[in-house]
Design a protein around this ligand. Structure first.
Ligand SMILES: *Cc1c(COP(=O)(O)O)cnc(C)c1O
Length: 373
């Protein structure tokens, strides 16, 4: 896409990324898990924050992880030399060539991936690379089941086999629910599977488990959402929980007021005329909509911030605009409007819109200008 500077055109919607906050959140992870090394999760364009500047701000991590090979290649092509784990592993045997050349660490979550690795090595005996095994301990998405692991262990037991994994990991299904017996069960199953292997590096904890299940920290922790200053927990609890955990919001999404209108009692606003003025009042039009990634499901009452005051969205979210109730604030055209971030936790907005902050962060569109500070 043509950059804003080339166009020399003002774009009202800005995602300001606070790189100091990102680094501070990484420090917080290290405080919480002082005996573990950190795999910073920067998949999906670093949760929508822009993967290169984020990777550079997180160089104090011990390792990075992305979901897919193309994400890892992009990082290497742009000078990131740190170890990178591929959380979905490879899609085909040829991908191992890239893993070897670029020194990526693929995860192996299926017998197929393991067989491919053995075949790759047979034809390319000099091309060893580190790999991790992923166990299914109850989430039933990716990962080797107990009987599949047994087949791999039989191969490990063969006389000349000397190529053990660099580590083993598993993933919690319910760590974001603070009291859920499934977490304990998964941890027990993980320890049981690990006991069948020679001693090796282990990893189990995502953000939620880093914050709430210290026994799951093991050798490597895998923070994602908390690095971006967002609580992993369900926001039905007090929504400022993100702040309680001493995390600092990294992205502030803002735009501008582009119109102010005086309406009469009974006038209705926007598509579907879903919100009507209870009295004569002024409303504001803000240049942001679902075309920028603001959630269309955000209902009337979802807060936005103008001059530090929370004012409610009214009526439906359009592609390029939203309307807000200006009764509680004095505002003029051109004023900045914060949609989430500094002063307005994204957890508020995601909860109102019936989604999670992860999704809001990932769905910002290309029309938005990113600023790194
Ligand atoms: C995305 C991901 C994480 C990070 O999860 P958060 O909830 O964002 O902390 C950790 N581990 C794996 C395997 C993942 O896919």
């Amino acid at each position: 896409m043509t950059s804003n500077t080339e166009l020399n055109a003002q774009r009202p919607v800005k995602a300001s990324i606070n790189l100091k906050a990102l680094a501070a959140n990484l420090e917080r992870v290290k405080e919480l898990a002082p005996h573990s090394r950190v795999i910073s999760i920067i998949k999906a364009d670093a949760y929508g924050h822009g993967v290169l500047p984020v990777a550079k701000a997180l160089l104090e991590s011990d390792c990075f992880a992305v979901a897919r090979l193309d994400e890892a290649l992009y990082l290497r092509q742009n000078g990131i030399e740190k170890s990178i784990i591929l959380l979905e592993g490879v899609l085909a045997i040829e991908d191992y060539r890239h893993c070897h050349e670029q020194q990526f660490t693929p995860l192996i979550h299926s017998l197929e991936q393991f067989q491919w690795l053995l075949q790759f090595l047979e034809t390319n005996p000099q091309r060893r690379m580190d790999y991790w095994l992923k166990f299914d301990t109850g989430m039933h998405r990716l990962g080797l089941a107990e009987d599949e692991l047994k087949q791999i262990l039989d191969i490990f037991a063969q006389p000349n086999f000397d190529w053990l994994p660099a580590g083993v990991m598993s993933h919690f299904a319910c760590a974001d629910e603070l009291v859920n017996s499934a977490n304990r069960k998964q941890l027990t199953q993980f320890n049981k599977l690990c006991s069948k292997l020679p001693k090796m590096e282990k990893s189990m904890a995502n953000s939620a488990a880093i914050l709430s299940i210290p026994e799951a920290h093991f050798d490597w922790v895998r923070p994602g959402i908390m690095l971006y200053g967002v609580t992993p927990f369900e926001a039905s609890k007090p929504a400022r929980i993100g702040l309680d955990e001493q995390l600092q919001p990294v992205m502030t999404l803002s735009s501008k007021l582009i119109a102010i209108k005086q309406l009469q009692q009974g006038d209705c606003v926007g598509y579907g005329s879903t919100w009507c003025c209870p009295e004569d009042m002024s409303i504001g039009v803000v240049a942001i909509g679902y075309g920028d990634g603001y959630p269309r499901h955000a209902p009337s009452g979802t807060p936005v911030l103008i001059h530090g005051i929370e004012v409610p969205l009214i009526g439906r979210v359009s592609m390029d605009m939203i309307t807000v109730d200006l009764r509680s604030v004095t505002a003029t055209i051109g004023d900045k409007v914060v949609l989430w971030g500094e002063g307005l936790p994204i957890e508020y907005v995601s909860q109102k819109a019936g989604t999670i902050a992860y999704e809001l962060l990932c769905q910002i569109t290309q029309r938005v200008d990113f600023e790194y500070e």
